[in-house]
Write a protein that binds this ligand. Sequence first.
Ligand SMILES: [Zn+2]
Length: 420
Amino acid sequence: MTSTPAYWNHELETLPWSEVEQWQATQIASALPALRQRSGLYADLHAHLPDVLPMRDLRDLQVLPFTLKSDLRAAQDASTAAAPLGRNQAVATDSLVQCISSSGTTGQPLYYGLTAADVERFTDAIANTWFTAGLRPDDVVAHLVGLPMVAGGLPYADGFRRVGATLCWLGGFPTDRILREMRRLRVSALLSTTSFGLYLAEQWEEVGRQTGIASALRLVMGGGEPGLNQPEIRTRIRQGLGISSLRETMGLGDVLSSMWSECEAEDGMHFNAQRYVAVELIDPETGEQKPWTEGATGELVYTAFARDATPVARYRSRDHALVTGTRCACGRTSPRIRCIGRTDDMLIYKGMNVFPAAIRDLITLRFPGQVTPNLRLWKTHAAQVRFDDPIAVDVEASGRLSAEQSQVLARAAHSTDGGQ
Ligand SMILES: [Zn+2]
C-alpha cells in the first residue's frame, strides 16, 4: 500500500511564509526588466522606474504602481492584427496556445492568453487548489461549468485531470440530466457555486428516489461567489447532500483561475499559487500594504511573476478578504482568508460597509427553501453606493410556492426587516 502525500507541493506549501515571500521577491526582481520590454502596457506603467529595483521582500513591491482593470481594458482595446490581445500581449501570437475569457459580468469580457508553459503553470496551480480541497485520484468529479473558454472552463478541467480524478464534464447539459448523470456516474466530488450547491441540496434526495441509485457524493468544492462563510449555508449544503467535506475555493480569471482553497480545517482558504503568483493585502482606501494578521481585512493584489502571455504586476482584484488565520493544523504556511465581497459591489448603509452577498445570505437563511438566492437591490441611480434610507430589495420566491404561500411570504419578508 502506498501512502497518499499530504501536499501537492510539499516544499513551498510548508516553507515559512516570510521565506516564500522572499523567494517570490527574487523571482519578481528577475522578471521585471523583461516585463517592460515584452508588454506595451508595462512599458507605459513602469516607464518611470529605474532599471534595477531592490526587491528584498514583498514590501519592496510598493514602489510599483497598481494595475487596474481599466488598464487591462484599455490595453485590450488597442488590439491589432499582430497582437489580437492588445498592448499587454507579451509574446508573439504563434506562441499562444489558448485564449481565456473573463466572465464579463461587469462590462465587456476581457481576454487572456496562455503559452504552452503558461498552461502548464495554470494546470499545476489549479491542481494544487483541488488537491488542497481534498480531491484525489480515486474521485469521479463533475465539472458543471458549461463554457470551455471561461476561466473556470478548460483550465479547471485540466486541473481535475492533473490531480488524476475522473473528469465528467456535465456542464452544458440541461440541469435535470446533470443531476441524473451525477447519480449514474457515481460522482463523488463536484465544484459548484454556493447558489447551485443550495439548489442541489434541495433536489438531491428526489434525484436519488427517481434513479434508485445511492449517492456517492462526498466532497463539494464551492466557488464563484461568496456565501460559504455562513455556517448555516454550509450546514444546509452538507446535510442536504450528505457529504463529509465542503471546501471553499477561489481564483481570478485575470490572474489565475483558481488560487485559494480550504484544507480539512474548513476555516478559510489557503493560498495555493505561491509558485507562480505573489499576493498582497492592501487597504483599498489608501493603497497601503497590510500585514497578514488574523482578523485583518483588505483588498487582494496579485503579481503573476511567471506568466508569459498576458502578465499582471500588482493587479488590484477588487476582492475584499478577511484573514482567518496564519497558522493551520494541516501544516500549510500560507495565510487563510475568506472573501467577504467585491470592493466594486460594496454599499455604505448609514456609514456601515455592507456587501450585497450579506443581504442575500440573511434573506435565504431567514426563509429557507422559500426564496431563491436571486435578489435585486434598488438604487436611485446606477452609481449609488451610499444609502441613508432603507435599501429596497426584490426577493424571488422559489417556484414551489402556491400564490397564497407567496403572499404570506411577501408579508413576512416585509415585516421582518421593517420593509428594508
Ligand atoms: Zn490548513
